[in-house]
Design a protein around this ligand. Sequence first.
Ligand SMILES: NC(=O)c1ccc[n+]([C@@H]2O[C@H](COP(=O)([O-])OP(=O)(O)OC[C@H]3O[C@@H](n4cnc5c(N)ncnc54)[C@H](O)[C@@H]3O)[C@@H](O)[C@H]2O)c1
Length: 459
Amino acid sequence: MKHVAVIGLGYVGLPLASLCAVRGYRVLGFDKKHSVIDSINSGQCHFRDKNAELLFSEAMQSGNFEATSQQELLTDASIYIICVPTPVDSSRNPDLSPLLDALEVVGPHLERGDLVVIESTVFPGTCEDVVAPRLAQLSNLTPGRDFFLSHCPERINPGDAFWHCGNIPRVVGALSDQGARQAALFYADILGGDIFDVRTVRAALRPKFRSNEYGLQVTQVPLGSITMMRSIRDAEAVKAMENTVRDVNIAFVNELAKISDALKLDVVDIINGMATKPFGKGPFYPGVGVGGHCIAVDPEWLKMASRQAGFIPEIIELARATNTSMPTYTVQLLQDLLNERGMPVKGTQVAILGTTYKRDTDDLRESPFYPLRDILKRKGASLRVFDSWNPAENTHSDITSALHGAKAAVIVTDHTELKAALSGVDFAGLGIEVVIDGRNCLDPESFDAESVIYKGIGR
Ligand SMILES: NC(=O)c1ccc[n+]([C@@H]2O[C@H](COP(=O)([O-])OP(=O)(O)OC[C@H]3O[C@@H](n4cnc5c(N)ncnc54)[C@H](O)[C@@H]3O)[C@@H](O)[C@H]2O)c1
């Protein structure tokens, strides 16, 4: 029977420790607060949460769970999971002191082959720059080689009737591939879900789609699945960014509420109405620009109506400004990378692939292709254009002839057939030195940076 030590037994640590015990691990929970330990060992969950209470009572019945505030008792564990608070200080800067204290508890006990998981929310770089060096000092072992250091951010949503620590999909990252694998296997064991690689997770989920009456398919997120990130920093960033996205979205609906006040609308009814749309809600991805007749247009109407009613919707204005600046940003990326290769934009042959506003449509309205093309023209680039969905703008009859002789390519639209065709293209062989992927549709690892510089938007 494997021994697990959980450090910090609050909203995150107690349910997790309970889950491990229920799944057959021998669990020793450690918390520095004696009142927490006394409560747990007398069979009382020290906070109120239905799912946590049920899981805790199952754990106590299993006989596999004990709690202590004596750190010297942690000797038998081979898996250490840290779930201590990561608050902000009075200046709203991250306060890592509870995490640093927890490392002092774990470090001296570490042995070769152990797995350490940080579940506490941390900013990108914390595990590599703060946790790993301190654990190395305390244990005299090399993190990533002698023991595994992983980050698996907790996403628990206390009070949620459906989602709990036993079924929320997880992401893991580690200092080494082997560490990520070890952590993923452990979480798959307690959560019961499948393991995915972040590079292929979207495609891998496809078999789990369900069909509608026309035979079309809709995605379903598998419960308790584990997705392995490429690095521990990526795993840290997933948590930090997913919560930021939520924060911005909440700010955004706060702005919708203010608009609704100005226009005398009921924002709750409207949000409930919007919530009936089963698609187009997320995930959202960055790109060369937002086009089409809806997303690039409707906010402008709302802005105008709101301004006329006396309320200035700053977040929408900012979001619009950000999205409309993306073609300029994309050209800047191209310019920088051409410069890196000693080439100016002026006079350089640039192939633009895709002209419609999104994939597999011939709709050109508000397509970022137009501002991108105009900026490049103003800067003096020699343009070649190809899109099988919109022959009107084509300067060449196929992808290969558009690319052959060009020095750079900019992908504006990720049509299914364009993407499939590009995966077989020998960019270097055609003389291309820079590829700007405005839709992040190609695999960055398929490019050899020596011959072709590949750059996506934000990757
Ligand atoms: N609460 C949530 O909904 C939630 C959700 C996802 C992630 N998180 C993250 O999980 C982490 C833990 O949050 P929480 O809500 O469980 O906090 P909490 O305050 O409920 O529990 C933390 C426990 O850790 C103990 N502790 C503090 N320092 C310690 C130390 N050095 N050694 C041993 N025990 C120590 C505290 O006494 C407390 O019982 C945080 O990073 C938080 O951001 C929380």
